[in-house]
Design a protein around this ligand. Sequence first.
Ligand SMILES: [Zn+2]
Length: 177
Amino acid sequence: MKTTQKQLEDMILAIGGEEALPVYKALHGKENVNEFLLAAKLKMTINQLRNTLYKFDAYNLVSSTRKKDRKKGWYIYFWTFNEGRADEVVLRLKREKLELLRKQLEREESHQFYLCPSKDIRTTLENAMEMEFICPECGQLLALEDNGRNLNRIKKDIWTLEKEIGDTSAEAEEVAA
Ligand SMILES: [Zn+2]
């Protein structure tokens, strides 16, 4: 499976939040972009911009070179987005999410949950017993939740992710062969 633009942008958002997307788009397809010009273009302060770039850097998604500005005496960094790394990071985030969903599924399957009719709280049997099955917010009786729907949703998400990750590694093996 080839990483789509949408998956790539989702990954950028997951790593750097909303403000990271314009930074990625401005770097995309270019090399050694002057950070001061980039900040001016995106109407960000240099610190805001660097914050985002450091988040990318934590995943090795960017590389930089620096030059000293002789007149001002400070360093200017020139940034390049590592397009080749992006696929790996997309895959890595998917694996992390899969791991999380599997833990969630395990928790859902091994506990019964009790729910306030007004949905103030959702809690395990153990906690519900401590509360004597009374919602601390509204005083209504907590009811045993049928979490079948939840389980199905998590299982479906796991299945989708496993399929995506499986396809990706199969393709990587093809390339390697
Ligand atoms: Zn309640």
